[in-house]
Design a protein around this ligand. Sequence first.
Ligand code: DON
Length: 564
Amino acid sequence: MERFKILFVCVAIIVSCTSRTPQNKSTGTISEHAMVSSAHPLASAIGLEIMKNGGNAIDAAIATHFALAVVYPQAGNIGGGGFAVIRMNDGTASSLDFREKAPALSNREMYLDSDGQLNDQQWSTHGHMASCVPGAVDGMFALHQKYGILPMAELIEPSIEIAQKGYALTALSAELLNTKQKEFRKHNRWSTPYQSDQKWQAGDTITQPDLAQTLKHIQTNGRNGFYEGIVADQIVAEMQSGDGLISSIDLKNYQSVWRKPITGNYRGHQIISMAPPSSGGVALIQLLQGTESYPIAAWGHNSTKTIHLMTELQRRVYADRATYLGDPDFVFVPVNDLLDSRYNQQRYANIPFDKATPSSLVLAGEIPPSESPETTHLSVVDADGNAVAITTTLNSSFGNKVMVKGAGFFLNNEMDDFSSKPGSPNQFGLIGGEANAIAPHKRMLSSMTPTIVTYKDQLKMVVGTPGGSTIITSVYQTLLNVIDHGMGMQEAVNAKRVHHQWYPDEIRVETDALTMSVQTDLEQLGHQLRMIDKIGRMDCILVLPDGRLEGGADPRGDNAALGY
Ligand code: DON
């Protein structure tokens, strides 16, 4: 594995050179053949190296995903789950659901007190009871089995090496870790590699021998190296040390699921995105359907009229999300009805342009009766034009903050994505209903929206982001930025964003997203505005008209698009 020793030196150099994408850079990394865009330059470099060594986009995405589990532990993971959307160069598209599942011992009242009210113990977000059965490792093996070219052992090897030898913290990671020390101490019975009595600084090195060992078990024993044997025993022991519910049977039985992607059209483009249990694909296409009949390019990017329209669409779409979306293996999700253009035309017909509609007046649409709800994203395109979009998560930053003792990885707190009490908001302020109530083995509703766009049957964009409830609207705006507002990929990613999600009834506005006069106009229409620092961290790739690739790596993080 000499090659990876060399890679290790190279990525160290890359980190020191490109750990920050310039804030106002309007053209991203351009490459001739292939590209990886992810939340961390080391992870992007590993994926890129895999493609240079003969791997395809799926191999690169798998290697990048494992690498993020090592160098981006706030969201990169083997203890969480996610979704992958794939489009091969022959035009075939597929999507993999490797979302976590509720443990068999979970139940719908588990976070309620004796009065039926949500308790204030933060059990759905912090500590052992917040964790669901992880799907990430099974997902990587399922992807590899269907599409991989290089041996899985080769895709995991660079991550083992970095876990063993250590990696240098960026300034942003050090800052984030310093804010989490109290929670790490509260939720772990031992000192994890991410704890320190001194403040972490940029350049400090973190080694993770336990995680390296876990990755070796996976490398040697495949999927079962995680879901059975010593690693599974360590997870179960961790659960038992703190009221966690995941059992060895839950782990053994976990299986990711291939699902038919959600598809739709927008101004001649085909959109390929994730189906339930993600709400992302359905909501994105509902939003695009509502936008298509309006000349938002002429109205202007982030103008009063454009923002007003987007807000009115968003509050309606998120109301539908709260009512109808959930795990399709458990509840009927009326996908076809929600994507029906007549339904959406009717749903949007009453949008007033002279005033904001209070969210309290917006209910979910009427669906006709029928037979029968910290993350990270990576985008990859290889030299043959195969494309993968993966959004993967532990839910909150560092998940439930619990690192599995001996195994060295953080667990998710995905139980909070269920609606613990229908009608009450979760940590993202999202309201959910019956369709997303907790049930054993069920998958919790997601907003993750890994998306691929084609134009005239040719690959055009690979897009995605973290951001909880803001994921859908960040992907939506990025597509509009390129398709309607004529931006390049990096420019579209850099552009400031806004967000509305029905409740709370407010437009979240990134600093400098709107001019003072647009803000005043929107307030006069009756919109409430709330300024916030950052929305999303996109990792995107655009195929330029001459066939080259432009990466869009979000300057809001350490994100890096690397290509050759
Ligand atoms: O699946 C979801 O929608 C959430 N668990 C995503 C969480 C997230 O994006 C947090 N990152 N900022």
